[in-house]
Design a protein around this ligand. Structure first.
Ligand code: ZN
Length: 411
């Protein structure tokens, strides 16, 4: 029998929308939660000999989910050059260190939306097997893109429905959890199509979605321009990344009919807000910032399901940036409870893992974060991480890369 772990805290949110529990506790047995709620009730269920960690002034909430990261990128000024300069062995080591940064910042699940050579899938398996420390990873493997399209250098170029179907099947065989499709251009690819421009035909996007769904995998579509958003919705994708409604002329064009479809078809949107969004807003000025952020505000007003992500790895989006990124959701009008839901329950639903994480319920994975203050009072509390528990393993900040076994050699 394993030694149970009882964590007591001044306050606890079992879910983002439940009433806060004061003088609370959660009881953990191996990787799962046995009970959570008022301390007296939970403590009474513990087996003799349990271990206790107590945080009388802290708030415990479900572990955070970052729905958009790129562990293969280094978050420096030129991640593409850095990537080219790293062989797979060096890259995997760097990715392990980035995964630990995610975990230290309270992230217990991260969805990696584009790597090279399936290295994020490899890291996912190493973490799951206890060979290295990090959050649970859901990995897209290599993203699908057009010939010399956005992020073509990651190796996922495919053209025409047949090639696209084969590329999806290849990712599925590699063990991908989700298929990532670059529906439009993007900022990171210097010589690629413009950021607003569609880079696949409707037929190609439909082929990708059909093939992914046939393999039981959801599709995440990178789409900035309104045309790309429309095509992604028409093809039946499951999440839309960025969704900035950009137009060729440099403006924004949010189409209400498409917003209605996002709602009707329960498509989640991950704005992948850069942690330095505030500095960006200051740089472009208040008027331009109001225009650039107005589509996100409008989607929030209309009740579009927004989920948290940071695009960690792109220039200056570090792997500890989720808390800063989440402040954007409050800025565009979400309540603090809805902001926390975007990083827990709602993200879990979008990622199809809401049956086992995102809530502190009996039988759920023991994924939780202990914060020094209460984020319902001030979201800045999300920066003050005291302890992270991922799948029952407690990690205090600064823990080094203790390996519990030998890492597999790279093949
Ligand atoms: Zn991205």
């Amino acid at each position: 029998m394993t030694e149970q772990l009882l964590i007591t805290a001044g306050h606890m949110l079992l879910t983002p929308d439940a009433p806060q529990v004061d003088d609370a506790a959660v009881l953990i047995d191996g990787p799962v939660i046995v009970a959570a709620g008022s301390r007296a009730t939970v403590q009474a269920q513990a087996r003799p000999g349990y271990r206790t960690l107590s945080f009388p002034d802290a708030t415990v909430l479900p572990g955070l989910i970052n729905s958009h990261v790129h562990l293969a990128f280094d978050a420096g000024p030129d991640p593409v050059t850095s990537l080219h300069e790293s062989d797979d062995t060096a890259l995997l080591t760097a990715m392990e260190s980035r995964a630990r940064q995610l975990l230290n910042s309270g992230v217990t699940t991260a969805r990696d939306l584009g790597d090279r050579n399936g290295l994020a899938i490899r890291l996912r398996d190493d973490i799951a097997a206890g060979r290295t420390i990090g959050p649970r990873i859901l990995a897209a493997g290599t993203p699908l893109t057009s010939h010399r399209g956005h992020c073509w250098f990651l190796g996922g170029e495919a053209q025409g429905p047949n090639q696209i179907r084969e590329a999806v099947r290849h990712q599925a065989r590699q063990g991908a959890d989700v298929i990532k499709v670059m529906a439009t251009g993007g900022g990171l690819t210097a010589d690629g199509p413009p950021i607003w421009a569609l880079q696949f035909t409707a037929e190609e996007l439909t082929a990708a979605v059909e093939e992914a769904h046939h393999a039981g995998l959801p599709v995440a579509a990178h789409a900035h321009g309104t045309g790309g958003i429309a095509a992604a919705i028409a093809a039946g994708v499951d999440t839309i990344e960025h969704c900035t409604w950009m137009t060729e002329s440099g403006g924004v064009d949010l189409r209400e009919d498409l917003v209605a479809r996002l709602l009707a078809e329960d498509i989640h949107v991950c704005p992948a807000t850069h942690p330095n969004w505030h500095a960006f807003a200051e740089r472009i000025g208040p008027e331009r910032a109001h225009e650039v952020f107005s589509p996100a505000r409008r989607m929030a007003e209309r009740g579009v399901r927004l989920i948290a992500g940071t695009d960690a790895g792109v220039p200056r989006s570090g792997f500890d940036g989720l808390a800063s990124s989440l402040e954007f959701f409050e800025y565009i009008g979400l309540s603090r409870r809805d902001v926390i839901a975007a990083a827990t329950t709602e993200a879990a639903r979008a990622l199809r893992i809401d049956g086992d994480t995102g809530r502190l319920y009996p039988g759920y994975r023991a994924d939780l974060v202990v914060l020094g203050a209460n984020p319902l009072d001030d979201l800045k509390a999300l920066h003050d991480v005291r302890l992270v528990v991922m799948g029952g393993h407690a990690h205090s900040r600064g823990e080094n890369n203790t390996r519990r076994g030998r890492a597999r050699p790279l093949s």
